[in-house]
Design a protein around this ligand. Structure first.
Ligand SMILES: [Zn+2]
Length: 292
């Protein structure tokens, strides 16, 4: 936080925006093997040729003047006379300088991000994270909740990967939590409502993007909480809808299977998004809530 505020004080780019870019890159690096692991606090990664400039023959150049000459992104942010990829302040400052060419208001920052990543989804995820950091005024947003209230009547097993019947051959990408119709369904993380509506498979469903590039998918709901809107910020434990049996047909279809919450987790790695098994996470969150 001190690092982001320091760079904000010099560049006027809001700390929560810098934190969002940094967190996005950190999550991408954690989920990819073709990028080196982060060594400092910051997760932002520049390729050596990006840092020193494409035509710079010296790939480990730390001289701010030659880097500037070769139009590298490298910058001496901490004022030690060197532009070093090993300095968190230099790295965050360099990224801030890149964005600064576009401006410091949200619309211009978004254009800057688009030019950098060339990917709408990356821009959307980063802007969402920035909203979360701004709203809560802190960086630690890691707390989780179990998707239905602990102590109520529900059951679930690890069914990830098993075959599905309806709508052709599909793999089961999630965990089914069986419970009574209408039991409250709750957000499992801090996040933003990224999707809300009907799908012929999932019925009434909600998608929430958390601070770690994860997408949490809640399907077959009986309905949505009143006033729940796309783009809304949620907290772990906040009621978003009810357990239902909607889906497997046109909008409004219900009752083709016993009521349950289908819960899925997906991760974005900067290129694509894939599904992974939520079961171990559900077990953990359930245990953590029971211990409270
Ligand atoms: Zn399911």
């Amino acid at each position: 936080m001190a690092l982001y505020k320091q760079v904000e004080s010099v560049t006027n780019i809001p700390w929560y925006f810098l934190a969002a870019v940094d967190q996005y890159e950190r999550n991408v690096r954690q989920s990819r093997r073709d990028l080196p692991k982060a060594e400092g606090i910051t997760g932002i990664y520049f390729k050596p040729e990006e840092w020193v400039g494409l035509l710079n023959p010296k790939l480990d150049d730390e001289n701010p003047e030659t880097i500037q000459f070769f139009e590298g992104i490298g910058f001496d942010g901490d004022g030690d006379g060197k532009a070093s990829v090993h300095s968190d302040e230099d790295v965050v400052h360099a990224f801030a300088n890149f964005l600064l060419k576009y401006g410091t208001d949200q619309d211009n920052l978004k254009i800057g991000l688009w030019d950098y990543y060339q990917r709408d989804k990356a821009v959307g995820i980063i802007v969402g994270k920035a909203q979360l950091y701004k709203h809560f005024g802190r960086l630690n947003l890691e707390e989780h909740a179990f998707p239905v209230p602990i102590g109520t009547h529900y059951s679930y097993r690890d069914t990830w990967g098993s075959a599905r019947g309806w709508g052709g051959r599909r793999m089961h990408e999630g965990t089914d939590i069986f419970a009574d119709y209408g039991l409250p369904v709750r957000a499992t993380s801090y996040g933003i409502i990224e999707m809300k509506g009907w799908n012929k498979f999932g019925g009434w469903r909600i998608g929430i993007r958390d601070i770690n590039n994860n997408y949490h998918y809640f399907a077959h709901l009986s309905g949505f909480s009143k006033d729940l809107k796309l783009g809304q910020i949620v907290e772990p434990g906040m009621v978003i809808g009810g357990v239902g049996s909607s889906g497997y047909g046109p909008p409004g279809t219900s009752g083709k299977f016993p009521p349950h919450l289908h819960y899925g987790m997906y991760k974005d790695n900067g290129y694509t998004e894939w599904s992974y098994d939520p079961y171990p996470h559900l077990k953990l969150w359930e245990r953590q809530e029971r211990a409270k």
